[in-house]
Ligand binder design. Structure first.
Ligand SMILES: [Fe+2]
Length: 203
């Protein structure tokens, strides 16, 4: 285990892949992404600098963690929703988790094309995601609210990724993000509309 100290933080690195930074009372895990093995064998020469590719890949990893966590939340709700809207919500959640599952794959493959490993464990997703987790099994209305919030959380993470990708002129990532914005904002609108129908609108 290596160790480096700075004025505000102590950083402990394990096998050069994962760093634990202690800032005051907060503990933050920072991902130090390794260049993928095939890129070490033959470096990428696509016109994007390594530091830009790394920054985009790390931001995409946060978006992937959000997307995967939202996928799991939606699948969970598909299984556990109850009440008079059962059939509507059960089927709607199925459409949504399937779409999110496909999106996770596209994001992971973009990270790989940029020359970095994609996150793929619950530990990494838990560390990287901004999606709020639910306590127990929420009722149908709380499920809808949680999903609206989740889709908007991914949208905000995607905006951060977009800034980095746009600045680096990474058109492929910008293109991917443009699709994701449309899906998440449309899904949030559709879910929010269900709340409006039952006069339980979110602010
Ligand atoms: Fe099912």
């Amino acid at each position: 285990m290596g160790r480096a100290d700075s004025e505000q933080a102590a950083v402990f690195c394990v096998e050069n892949t994962l760093c634990l930074r202690v800032i005051e009372d907060e503990v933050l895990f920072l991902m130090k992404t390794e260049v993928a093995a095939e890129v070490k064998a033959m470096p990428i020469n696509s016109g994007l600098e390594e530091k830009d590719r790394r920054e985009i890949a790390e931001s995409l990893s946060r978006m992937m963690a959000d997307t995967y966590t939202l996928y799991l939340k939606t699948h969970n709700f598909h299984w556990n929703v109850t009440g008079p809207m059962f059939r509507t919500l059960h089927l709607m959640f199925e459409e949504q988790y399937k779409e999110l599952g496909e999106a996770v794959d596209k994001i992971a493959e973009r990270i790989r094309a940029l020359g970095f490993p994609a996150p793929g464990t619950y530990q990494e997703f838990t560390r990287l995601t901004s999606i709020r987790l639910d306590e127990g099994v929420p009722d149908a209305e709380k499920m809808i609210r949680s999903l609206v919030e989740g889709h908007e959380t991914v949208t905000r993470t995607a905006r951060e990724t977009f800034k980095v990708a746009d600045r680096a002129k990474d058109e492929a990532t910008v293109d991917l993000l443009t699709d994701r914005f449309q899906v998440h904002e449309k899904t949030a609108w559709m879910l929010r509309s269900l709340l409006a129908k039952s006069a339980m609108a979110m602010p």
